[in-house]
Design a protein around this ligand. Sequence first.
Ligand code: KG4
Ligand code: ZN
Length: 328
Amino acid sequence: MYILGIDTSCDDTGVGIVKLESGKATVVANALWTQEIHKQYGGVMPELASREHLEHMDRVLSVALGDADISLEQLGAIAATRGPGLMGALLVGLCYAKGLAQGLGVPFYAAHHLEGHIEAALSDYPDLPFPHLALVVSGGHTHLFDVQEPSLYKLIGATKDDAAGEAFDKVARLLGLGFPGGPAISRAALTGDPTRVPFGLPLEGQKGFDFSFSGLKTAALYAHRDGAELHDLAASFQAAVVRSLVKTCARAAKTLGREHLVVSGGVAANAALREAFSSLVLKTYFPPMDLTTDNGAMIALAGARAIKLGRESSALEVGAEAYLPLGA
Ligand code: KG4
Ligand code: ZN
């Protein structure tokens, strides 16, 4: 069975297809249009994002079908992100998916964006044991879950202020490095010394598993003002973010007795982060690079999970939600 997944939660128009066969979901297409228009504004402009999704959706769908080498009629189910994300942007993909499902007479599954990110990491590790931890680090989220069984999430920690990706984006803007900030900082950091500019450890001594990045952002601002060298500053800031993520996850794993950790979301594309997590005793699993930042295939994988769990399809009345918590 072929399952189509659509994600339009932010500024990427993602359409992916997975093939679900004997309980195993394989990605067969992952078409993506990354909107260029926001670069000139240094951040995502919500209204422009919605319009661009509308304009490019048909084309991205055609590319996905072509890559999978199937026709529209071969699709057996359609999944789309219902939240969280930008309301107008979400609505485009969600309505498109519902229309498609109704037109083809196939079931529709409303998906959670963060579940998509986590499923992307599980795609290469279908036998990963439960319970395990899952950290989602993206532009909008820094959330740590204890995943007790497939699709059962317990939120054990979250950022108290900025998300990790948001901090990367804001510091990059401050340093004049452009948008999106994460890739820009990691490029600048390549030739910098990560030990040169001192950064503290946020929430040091906390008992819980929360995160905070706004203090690091302010420290970066002061260091920049005081004339720190750009590459050293980028490398040191990146190292501080990574150190905080690694320490808190390692402590959560130890406290809860978990041996496996999934790390996903856009910031999980960061090479320094991948290296730091990979050197832990705790076994860490990342999505393949092309499934790490926002994409449609991860939503098709979330749809495949719902089908494997025998969940009922979603009602066509289900709405988009800008704010949509996952787990309790
Ligand atoms: O998951 P994602 O594509 O979209 C959201 O759901 O937010 O994540 C986007 C975020 C942005 O803040 C971007 O700067 C960050 O992920 N990001 C990175 C890297 N690539 C993307 N952050 C650090 N290093 C990277 N290589
Ligand atoms: Zn995302």
